[in-house]
Design a protein around this ligand. Structure first.
Ligand code: URP
Ligand code: ZN
Ligand code: ZN
Ligand code: ZN
Length: 484
């Protein structure tokens, strides 16, 4: 059974044009005028875009004494309903190491996911076992490792551990991802705020100001450059972090930057809301910033110094947020967004003229597909690519509300926002998984997408490192001091 998407305008990262798309099985078979297929999918008046890829989710993640409430089933269902056809989730290893954790994540995802998925594996310490297991992880199709510079006493790693892991990434053809905030400083400031009587969610933002993030970004980049490996900074939230990224890029360092849709659209005033619940629901790290920082993030997406828009979907219920009722340091950090990322970015990015439709596609799909080494299988509309496609209707809209969201949790940080641009259909490897407001995706149909190690950039960096490596100067005896 072939399918043809008819009457739409294809919007890719590099151009827009009118054409039909013929799908045979799981892949795109042809693109052109007047194509015929067994089943017709109507794209009249709509755009055809590559399925969104959210490179940053945390489904069923044990964290801060609880577990994110979003399951793989509810999370990927929410994703496809919003036009996202692939998520990349963070594996958090426990005592049993990287492989045991990867197995756990794979089991949960394989059983429940309705979209495709992949993983980043977190490095939360350093040992011979971790060094060895990293190679097995890469062999299993994971070419990215996550490092937390914050969450002291839990996930945080120190500079020497990062340097060791980054060098291992360089050797294996992997890219380090980094949560960049100075964790020692955050922990000290949290204690200081608590002891001066600031225990509400507003103190969360005071405990991790922009400079704490900017310093850590600069440090992470310095370590990556010393290790000779590219680096990806997750949830870039402020000008200080963006400035460190720009400065490094101008020195020739390969740095990728990921702002979140939340940081682009919500600001720090959320934390002074008189309603404790409202403020606590928006506690995440880094915290929301003032509008000056939002302008910097938009400028980064426009100019190309920032590359992807993610969600960091880490969704806790209101009941879970209450764990920090008397102590803001115990409010589980995280917000949702996987369902609304595309329509929020379309509305606040494309509808305002900040981004072109092609730039929208680049930052929601194509750029991350390239960074993750799965392009053009994902992130592109070309013959042979997976038929992960969204018939995007810019003329339909909705008001975001927890009352009718797909996400499992009981609030939405974008509550009440009017968005325009919604998927008329979402296709994942040729299956219509969302159409006309109705879910058609079977849990467990999603596939793990294996990613090959990087060759070009890592190879170039290691060649350059070798060429410019420190060398001992050979001195003959007559050039040596005598009698000392
Ligand atoms: O607050 C956040 N971002 N929670 C999820 C874990 C992380 O830091 O990405
Ligand atoms: Zn993080
Ligand atoms: Zn995260
Ligand atoms: Zn001489």
């Amino acid at each position: 059974m072939s399918k043809v998407i008819k009457g739409g305008t294809i919007v890719a990262a590099d151009r827009s044009y009118e054409a039909d798309v013929l799908i045979e099985g799981e892949t795109i078979a042809a693109i052109g005028p007047d194509l015929k297929g067994d089943e017709v999918i109507d794209a009249e008046g709509a755009l055809i875009i590559p399925g969104g890829i959210d490179p940053h989710t945390h489904f069923e993640m044990p964290f801060m004494g609880t577990t994110t409430a979003e399951t793989w089933e509810s999370g990927t269902y929410a994703a496809v309903s919003g036009g996202t056809t692939m998520v990349v989730d963070f594996v958090i290893p426990g005592e049993d190491g990287l492989i045991a954790a990867l197995d756990e994540w794979e089991e949960r995802a394989a059983r429940q996911a309705c979209s495709d998925y992949s993983f980043h594996v977190s490095i939360t310490g350093w040992s011979k076992k971790i060094f060895e297991e990293m190679e097995t992880v890469v062999g299993r199709g994971v070419n990215t490792f996550k490092h937390f510079m914050a969450y002291k006493g839990a996930l945080m790693v120190n500079d020497d551990e990062m340097f060791a892991s980054f060098q291992r990434c360089a050797a294996l053809g992997a890219i380090p991802f980094v949560h960049a905030e100075n964790g020692d400083l955050v922990a000290a400031m949290q204690q200081k705020l608590m002891s001066s009587g600031l225990s509400g969610p507003e103190a969360h933002a005071y405990s991790r100001p922009p400079d704490v993030e900017g310093e850590a970004v600069n440090r992470a980049i310095t370590i990556a450059d010393a290790a000779g490996v590219p680096i990806y900074i997750v949830h870039v939230s402020c000008e200080q972090a963006h400035e460190a990224i720009r400065r490094a890029q101008h020195k020739g360092i390969r740095v990728y930057g990921e702002p979140l849709i939340q940081h682009l659209t919500l600001d720090e005033s959320e934390y002074s809301n008189p309603d404790w619940a409202h403020a606590a629901q928006r506690v995440m790290s880094p915290p929301f910033r003032d509008a000056r920082h939002q302008a910097s993030l938009w400028a980064g997406l426009q100019s190309g110094s920032l590359h992807t828009v993610a969600t960091d979907h880490a969704a806790f219920t209101m009941k879970q947020k209450l764990l920090g009722l008397n102590d803001f340091t115990k409010i589980p950090n995280g917000t949702g967004g996987v369902e609304d990322r595309l329509s929020m970015l379309w509305t606040t990015g494309v509808e305002t003229g900040r981004l072109t439709p092609n730039e929208f596609v680049a930052v929601t799909s194509t750029n991350i597909a390239k960074i993750l080494n799965i392009y053009p299988r994902k992130g592109a509309i070309v013959p042979g690519a997976d038929a992960d496609l969204v018939v995007w209707d810019p003329k339909t809209g909705k008001t975001i509300s927890a009352a009718n969201q797909k996400s499992i949790i009981d609030y939405n940080v974008f509550e009440g926002m009017k968005v325009s641009g919604l998927p008329r259909y979402t296709l994942s490897r040729g299956d219509v998984v969302w159409g006309e407001g109705v879910a058609r995706a079977k849990p467990g149909r999603g596939k793990f997408i294996a990613r090959q190690p990087f060759q070009a950039v890592n190879k170039a960096l290691s060649t350059w490192k070798e060429l410019t490596a420190p060398r001992a100067v050979t001195r003959s005896p007559e050039h040596m001091p005598i009698g000392v």
